[in-house]
Design a protein around this ligand. Structure first.
Ligand SMILES: Nc1ncnc2c1ncn2[C@@H]1O[C@H](COP(=O)(O)OP(=O)(O)OP(=O)(O)O)[C@@H](O)[C@H]1O
Length: 258
């Protein structure tokens, strides 16, 4: 693995809230073009780690690099350019309830680029289609949509600025199994078609099996292991054994070739 294959590297990350240390000396590499799943027990700090990478919180210690460049050495303008190439789907979708679908998807364009509204509408319309929504959805409001459709709108919005990396925080939470499988297929298709790198926090074992190239396990305040799923299954850490070989893990594994 050469340095050029690493898009984001995290070294020695420490995060804490008051006395509560969430991460201590955490390392992680996100490889260019991969779909990296992130799993871990509730409260192990998956979302906090994502927020630290996104620059939404300041770590107590550690280095985060993009393409080898330290974030801490970037100017505000440089960091803003980076932010504009990252797409984020937050847990719960977080759509603007007072804006319709088209306006929601246009929001990042309004914030980051200077172009005529008609062009923004055209781009947003394309992203709505990419996310698997019908054009008629454009004028509807979030409250009028199903959970699966809201996720797709959030995905369309995350794609608005042609990101090179997508961060997905539990994208299939709250969807029924069929809706979740459809969303997984969409994410996989988009990643391959657009050459996206994806970091996806999930509790969904089916998603891990279906689309992740590698899986990072958060435990004991750090990334305990990151590996393709088939290698993880034999890892001796008790949480990993319970997660993958407990009843739900066995059910998800049943019939899979990995
Ligand atoms: N703003 C905050 N202030 C204080 N503590 C916080 C804050 N945000 C997160 N935490 C704490 O940090 C820890 C990690 O939280 P985080 O949301 O990252 O967990 P998670 O692994 O994503 O959990 P889940 O799977 O339940 O979503 C938790 O103990 C949480 O209470």
């Amino acid at each position: 693995m050469s340095a050029e294959d690493i898009l984001i590297s995290v070294r020695g990350l420490r995060t804490q809230f008051g006395d509560h240390v969430v991460h201590d000396d955490l390392d992680l590499d996100i490889r260019r073009g991969e779909i990296l799943g992130v799993v871990g027990g509730s409260g192990t700090g998956k979302t906090v780690m994502m927020n630290a990478i996104l620059g939404l919180m300041t770590p107590a210690a550690g280095e985060i690099r993009l393409n080898g460049r330290l974030f801490s050495e970037m100017s505000a303008a440089e960091r803003r350019r980076v932010d504009s190439r990252w797409g984020v789907l937050f847990q719960n979708g977080a759509l603007f309830t007072s804006l319709n679908v088209l306006e929601n998807v246009m929001a990042p364009l309004r914030e980051h680029v200077d172009m005529p509204i008609s062009l923004m509408e055209e781009i947003a319309g394309m992203k709505i289609g990419l996310a698997g929504l019908q054009p008629e959805a454009a004028t509807r409001f979030p409250a009028e949509l199903s959970g699966g459709m809201r996720k797709r709108v959030a995905l369309a919005r995350a794609l608005a600025l042609d990101p090179e990396i997508l961060f997905l925080d539990e994208p299939t939470a709250g969807l029924d199994p069929i809706g979740a499988a459809a969303f997984d297929s969409l994410v996989l298709e988009l990643s391959r078609a657009l050459g996206l790198t994806i970091m996806m926090i999930t509790h969904d074992l089916d998603s891990l099996y279906a689309i992740c190239d590698r899986v990072a396990v958060l435990a004991d305040k750090r990334v305990e292991v990151v590996a393709p799923l088939r290698e993880l299954l034999d890892h001796p850490h008790p949480w990993i054994q319970e997660y993958f070989h407990g009843p739900r893990g066995r059910a998800a594994l049943a019939g899979k070739e990995i």
